[in-house]
Design a protein around this ligand. Structure first.
Ligand SMILES: [Fe+2]
Length: 295
């Protein structure tokens, strides 16, 4: 396994140039979108490089811990890099369980966008800091695992697979603070690209769209923001080019049905689904349908 880490100040301009002229990373990866095993909206992706390095993005909820343990166990029980989009429990819940009781799992490195101390101060009208406080305490309690605070523009190259960070914590956006602080990233190999949006909301998505990282949003596979609803805007989705949707969701979110029938609940997933139909997306990978593998 080879991991190279570059700060954007070193390679940002060169990377843009390389992308513009069509150069691609040399490595190759397999991506799995893990299923919604308890019909909940955990966000969980596993990547295996051609050299058998395992990279996990988030990992889902506490209730999905056993599935994640089994999945990683079957791949060798070693995670080379565990990358977290943001510290909500549907993203770090299983990870917190595993980090507290590893059961033989080896974890090489943790990457996240660490909430600053000022983001952990309770503020009127801002989501309570409890989950981020717990997450920071979790990663601070791991003397044997290096933890890196990533920033927009940073790049990890693992066995020739590029992980480019497109967004990071946004302490200045108080509305929907956690979700808008999602660390979006582009993962690219010799033949495909995937953009993970985490749970980006309107403000975080718009900031990303207006940023220098906009060119990296065009991709083959796009993970729909915030489990497919109440995430990025219609303009966001209709401004970028992609071929397929990854939906890390649950049946009740997908159908906006919490007991009253189709599209009667509080979620906006059906609207997002309509946008995708209007764009003409025909290829969908939905966690409620089970495990999906993309090569
Ligand atoms: Fe989430």
């Amino acid at each position: 396994m080879a991991i190279n880490f570059f700060r954007s100040v070193l390679v940002g301009a060169a990377a843009v140039a390389a992308l513009a002229c069509g150069a691609r990373p040399s490595g190759h990866f397999t991506l799995w979108q893990l299923p919604s095993v308890v019909d909940d909206h955990g966000n969980s992706y596993v990547i295996r490089t051609a050299n058998d390095s395992i990279i996990v993005i988030d990992g889902g909820k506490v209730a999905e811990t056993a599935y994640l343990r089994g999945f990683v166990g079957a791949l060798g029980n070693r995670i080379s890099a565990w990358i977290f989009t943001h510290p909500h429990f549907d993203h770090v819940g299983a990870a917190r369980e595993i980090l507290a009781d590893r059961q033989g799992m080896c974890i090489g490195h943790i990457y996240h966008s660490r909430f600053t101390d000022s983001m952990l101060v309770p503020r009127q009208g801002v989501e309570k800091p409890r989950q981020a406080t717990l997450w920071n305490a979790t990663v601070d309690s791991l003397p044997d695992i290096p933890v890196t605070d990533l920033h927009a523009g940073d790049e990890l190259v693992i066995d020739g697979v590029l992980f480019k960070i497109l967004s990071e914590k946004n302490p200045e956006i108080s509305r929907n603070l956690y979700n808008n602080s999602s660390m979006a990233m582009r993962v690219e190999d010799d033949s495909k690209s995937v953009v993970f949006l985490g749970d980006l909301g309107v403000e975080g998505g718009d900031k990303l769209l207006a940023s220098e990282y906009r060119p990296y949003l065009d991709c083959d596979y796009l993970q729909m923001a915030h489990h497919g609803q109440n995430g990025c805007t219609e303009e966001f989705y209709k401004s970028i080019k992609f071929r397929a949707c990854l939906w890390p969701t649950a049946t009740w979110v997908w159908n906006n049905d919490v007991g009253g029938g189709f599209n009667t609940g509080p979620y906006t997933t059906v609207q997002t689904r309509r946008w995708m139909d209007e764009i003409g997306i025909k290829e969908h990978y939905n966690s409620i349908d089970g495990l999906h593998r993309i090569d």
